[in-house]
Design a protein around this ligand. Structure first.
Ligand code: NAD
Ligand code: DAU
Length: 378
């Protein structure tokens, strides 16, 4: 079936994996990547697909309603997979307005444009889909009732390696009350509410998913995993917030992209699906894995870089524990992570070490100059 799908934020970390998967897997679809190219957007993330005939890049801001509405009419959009957002918690603490603008107003502008365009068609909303990608952070923080760890209720491939403990009995389930703590998660929560309101009020065919922490290639090195791999490589201090006891639930980014594919095609309208691999880690444990793996792959002696660990002032409002219950998605749509966590981390560290040019381009800011030149020469 022919389809035109707009993917927003496709030049970012997760978006680039979703664009790559859809462009390669569905040659009959036209995939349109709409991205503003903020500091987090990098077209180098999509070098391998940029010349494919079923791929188009459109440089646009999702907050610009007129441009977005005109684009939807011009390309006859059938489906929207919405990832564009400001995504970094630390930035949201310093600059909450930008997060409200992009994550809330940007989402609202997309919703309204899709509603107006699809309502104008003879078939209306039939066969259309507005899929909003959200985060587990909207649920707030879970208690750490078992700091020593207990068996999780399910085991998936992601959690079937050596480390497969949960740090409490409670998990984020789809029916849990929203309790966001950071400006980032508050803005994402608000956008989720708008998406559901557009379904409940106008009948827009929406789906929302809430995913746990992603890791893998092309992640901007302000986030824990790429930042620390790069710092270990350059023997720079590793700034561990607080005591390093906070727990995050990690999923390999390509497994998130696969879940998005399954849910976009087979998910039920108006439903919410949580996405995660039952793969909880205390930050300090993951940091030790990163040091050991990076040192081994660089041929450094074991323990050579342990002293890079530097405890620093905690993040304001730092959520203690995230843990997703993705059993609904596994049960209803048969999705499950494809990678064991140990394999995923090894692949990830290797990718960053093998792609130092990508990292240098990002950390030097050269990738932004590339855009300046590109638009200057038009
Ligand atoms: P990212 O910061 O790497 O990428 C965001 C992308 O959105 C960039 O390409 C940026 O240029 C683009 N963008 C930002 N503002 C825009 C605007 N106004 N108009 C158009 N494009 C704009 O983010 P990510 O980590 O890939 O996250 C993608 C989505 O997934 C976000 O909605 C985020 O909340 C959600 N999410 C992320 C994670 C994670 O672990 N990274 C986990 C769960 C959910
Ligand atoms: O849970 C999903 C969320 O995961 C996404 O919605 C966000 O977009 C994404 O950024 C991520 O949020 P986190 O705040 O969990 O990710 P981050 O990589 O910033 O931090 C992971 C943990 O590591 C967190 O407990 C804070 C800690 N940390 C982070 C950095 C950058 C440190 O101790 N030191 C650091 O320098």
């Amino acid at each position: 079936m022919k389809r035109t799908i707009i993917i927003t934020g496709g030049a970012g970390f997760i978006g680039s994996h979703v664009v790559r998967l859809f462009v390669n897997k569905y040659p009959e679809y036209h995939i349109i990547n709409v991205d503003k190219l903020t500091y987090a957007g990098n077209l180098a993330n999509l070098k391998d697909v940029e010349d494919k005939p079923n791929y188009t890049f459109v440089h646009a801001d999702i907050c610009d309603f007129d441009t977005i509405y005109a684009l939807m009419q011009r390309v006859h959009v059938d489906g929207i997979i919405h990832l564009a957002a400001e995504s970094h918690v630390d930035r949201s603490i310093k600059d909450p307005f930008t997060f409200a603008k992009t994550n809330v107003m940007g989402t609202l502008s997309l919703l309204q444009a899709a509603k107006l365009y699809w309502e104008s068609l003879p078939e209306g909303f039939e066969g259309k889909r507005f899929y909003h990608i959200s985060t587990d952070e909207v649920y707030g923080a879970l208690q750490m009732t078992h700091p020593e760890g207990i068996q999780p209720p399910f085991t998936t491939k992601a959690s079937s390696g050596e480390h497969h403990l949960a740090y409490g009995e409670q998990f984020f389930t789809e029916d849990l009350k929203y309790q966001p703590h950071s400006p980032y998660s508050a803005a994402k929560a608000s956008s989720d509410h708008f998406v559901r309101a557009y379904h409940d009020t106008y009948g827009l065919p929406t789906i929302v998913t809430n995913c746990s922490n992603n890791y893998g290639p092309y992640q901007f090195p302000e986030k824990l995993i790429p930042l620390f791999i790069n710092n270990i490589r350059h023997r720079k201090p590793l700034p561990v917030y607080g005591k390093g006891e906070n727990v995050r639930d990690w999923l390999y980014v390509e497994d998130h992209a696969r879940a998005i594919d399954v849910i976009f095609h087979r998910g039920t309208i108006a439903e919410t699906y949580n996405i995660g691999g039952f793969n909880e880690w205390k930050n300090i444990d993951i940091i030790r894995v990163l040091i050991a793996t990076t040192d081994r792959l660089l041929g450094r002696p074991e323990g050579a870089d342990d002293d890079l660990i530097t405890y620093v002032t905690d993040r304001a409002g730092h959520d203690l524990r995230y843990a997703i219950d993705s059993s609904k998605l596994q049960r209803e749509l048969g999705w499950e992570p494809s990678l064991q966590f140990e394999e995923g981390i090894e692949k990830t560290v290797r990718w960053y070490l093998d792609n130092q040019d990508w990292m240098d381009n990002v950390t030097s800011g050269d990738y932004m100059k590339y855009y300046e030149d590109m638009y200057k020469n038009r």
